[in-house]
Design a protein around this ligand. Sequence first.
Ligand code: ZN
Length: 335
Amino acid sequence: MVSYKELGLVNTVEMFKKAMAGQYAIPAYNFNNMEQLQAIVLGCAESDSPFILQVSSGARKYANQTMLRYMAQGAVEMLKETGSNLKFALHLDHGDTFELCKSCIETGFSSVMIDGSSHSFEDNMKLTKKVVEYAHQYDVTVEGELGVLAGIEDDVVAETSTYTRPEEVEEFVKETNVDSLAISIGTSHGANKFKPEQCTRNEDGVLVPPPLRFDILEEIEKRIPGFSIVLHGSSSVVPEYVNMINNNGGNLKNAVGIPAEQLRKAAKSSVCKVNIDSDGRLAMTAFIRKVHTESPAEFDPRKYLGPAREELRKMIIDKNINVLGSANKGKEIFG
Ligand SMILES: [Zn+2]
């Protein structure tokens, strides 16, 4: 058993408390390779933004769970070298079984998500409660989920979304003792968050997605005031990246995400954590494709992964400043 405390990590308690009081949200960035990890660490250090490093079970399989743990430890040291006082949480994204959550807790994760949203309400509560009881013995924080997001993210696939039912949240939170709750109010996983027929078109012919259901969020806030809410599937699917990919041999059709203004509005509410994965993937792919188009003879991975990493770092700084409002908040939490 390796405790996250030995690794120099923190759980999400303090971050969420400050984010709630300060009306901003903590970004949760997914990673599965070295370049993404470097970009997250450097981008958040430079903008002094508290952050959560997030790993899906798919990423754990891809990078190897032992390698991944040491990469997170490496990130702790690299962050210190920048002169930053930030500390981050290492979080399991979409854990689907008690065993997976337990395994992560035993290998140094400071926070886990147990996603029981594919089960019945009763079974979701039972599973979440079991994970919470185990995790809290080690001061590990737990995120649960009520409602189902549409879209595809690694192993998580759902055809259609089911909005969170506000009438279920009080019982769920009270029964499970969970630390935060992911809800479904219209965000969606992946780069194709909405079908074209769900969208309208603006005067330039650009797809405009249906607005988030802030009415549901408000209803939830009324029932569990001050409780930390999480939004998944919250990439904006930045059009510049989509165009760059398509102009360099890619073929992303009808890619559409959540407009930044809506995420900014959400970050000011009881939403304390916003998950961003697809935008990072798009940023990297856009720049890798650009290098391959402009320099077709290039075959040194550093020559295309380097620019991709640099763009991801810039994107993260932009998100922290302009979308989440988390920039310059690190010193309030970590001194
Ligand atoms: Zn998710």
